[in-house]
Design a protein around this ligand. Structure first.
Ligand SMILES: NC(=O)c1ccc[n+]([C@@H]2O[C@H](COP(=O)([O-])OP(=O)(O)OC[C@H]3O[C@@H](n4cnc5c(N)ncnc54)[C@H](O)[C@@H]3O)[C@@H](O)[C@H]2O)c1
Ligand SMILES: [Zn+2]
Ligand SMILES: [Zn+2]
Length: 383
């Protein structure tokens, strides 16, 4: 089968790889209909993680169940399913508590597993014709048959639940004001989720005009942080007070207005932009090892975080991988009911073979390249 394989910084290739097969009785194999490219993939693509060449990328996967292990009870051949990017067991103490982003079973010696991601276990990604899904009864979310809502449902693998998780970590409540740093797909979904939760006003900070236009179209307030200081702009909009809540949807590759990377700039901006006693939801990625970090400390994941101001303001902060399974069923049902249409962020759908070009353009943040969905179409060899 064909798959997108990481070769070296700024290079992926579509290659023939061994077919995805059942390896355990609790597995299914899914024929992928859609697999999205994520901003998280770009950290690996740019050589800014410990990712080794050879990884098959793709953690945002949906498709049709092709083959079912003998120990699977609920999922049937032909089911249309979407999988959380987290691989989880369903029975460890973190899974039982709903914290499936921190499963203790699937990635020995580590809390949390994912498809096609550095340090997240041996699971190959789904930017491929087929995907092996472990603990399939737990990890597959069933979808209505057919092709309806394909783009909306594909976003249930990661960015819609992750955006919702950011709002949950920040405890966004009706009537509150929220600032979101980053108008990439995750930031847009965090803003959208905040609005679904009843926020009165949502500010979204970025520098890219095309993304800021989407912010405006969705009814939030765009803030261009290259025009003037983002925190000052947010304070001016909130009577000098700052917002009730704040969300980081950028992570460690954040850039200063002048363009150079400053890994803690978003965290420290949030500390300034959110009012005393507020809460921060941090889903933008921070890593313990960044080969391209701008300082020795940053290369070891140690950032200059303004702890003093954070404490003084009595702020709270939640971090980490999103527990997609905690929200994906509810968000699916909002899509089916017509109460949520997250696919407004989808800009491109391209055949799997064109993945190298799509990665390049998405990584260059070319105008209009907001969210790219890949469509594999190949078959496995007959077994
Ligand atoms: N926690 C999770 O479970 C989870 C899941 C998915 C993605 N992520 C992470 O979320 C982050 C965003 O993902 P994405 O797909 O939207 O990525 P993206 O790279 O498309 O978007 C990031 C955006 O941040 C903007 N930005 C950079 N510096 C900024 C600054 N100082 N202030 C404001 N905006 C700034 C960029 O212009 C860009 O538009 C990534 O770090 C990704 O790894 C985390
Ligand atoms: Zn993702
Ligand atoms: Zn578990």
């Amino acid at each position: 089968m064909k798959a997108v394989v990481y070769r070296e910084p700024f290079s992926v290739q579509v290659e023939d790889v061994p077919d995805a097969r059942l390896e355990d009785p609790t597995d299914v194999v899914v024929k992928i209909t859609t697999s999205c490219i994520c901003g998280s993939d770009l950290h690996m693509y740019e050589g800014r993680t410990g990712a080794e060449p050879g990884i098959v990328f793709g953690h945002e996967n949906m498709g049709i169940v092709e083959e079912v292990g003998s120990g699977v009870a609920r999922i049937r051949k032909g089911d249309r399913v979407v999988m959380p990017f987290n691989v989880a067991c369903g029975f460890c103490k973190n899974c039982l508590a709903g914290k499936t982003g921190f499963c203790l079973t699937v990635n020995k010696g580590f809390a949390g597993g994912a498809y096609g991601y550095v340090s997240m276990g041996p699971y190959r990604g789904g930017q491929a014709d087929y995907l092996r899904v472990p603990f399939a009864d737990f990890n597959c979310l069933k979808l209505p048959p057919g092709q309806e809502h394909e783009d909306d449902f594909a976003l249930l693998a990661d960015i819609f639940p992750t955006g919702y998780h950011a709002a949950e970590l920040a405890q966004v409540s009706p009537g509150e004001t929220v600032c979101v740093f980053g108008a990439g797909p995750v930031g847009l979904m965090a803003a959208y989720s905040s609005m679904l939760r009843g926020a009165s006003e949502v500010f979204v900070v970025d520098r890219q005009p095309d993304r800021l236009r989407l912010v405006e179209q969705m009814g939030a307030t765009p803030i261009d942080y290259t025009k003037s200081d983002a925190v000052t702009q947010i304070k001016n909009h909130t009577g000098g007070e700052g917002t009730d809540k704040g969300i980081d949807a950028v992570g460690y590759q954040a850039t200063a207005p002048e363009g150079e990377e400053q890994p803690a700039i978003v965290l420290n901006s949030l500390i300034d932009a959110v009012r005393p006693t507020g809460a921060l939801g941090v889903v933008g990625l921070y890593v313990p090892s960044d080969p391209g970090g701008p300082s020795e400390a940053a290369r070891n994941g140690q950032l200059l975080f303004n702890t003093g101001r954070f404490f003084e303001k009595g702020l709270r902060m939640g971090t980490g991988q999103a527990n997609v399974k905690a929200y994906n069923r509810q968000l699916r049902d909002m899509i089916i009911a017509g109460r949520a249409t997250p696919s407004f962020v989808v800009s491109h759908r391209v055949p799997l073979e064109q993945a190298p070009d799509a990665y390049r353009r998405f990584d260059n943040r070319e105008e209009g390249w907001t969210k790219v969905l890949l469509t594999p179409g190949g078959e496995r060899a007959a077994s």
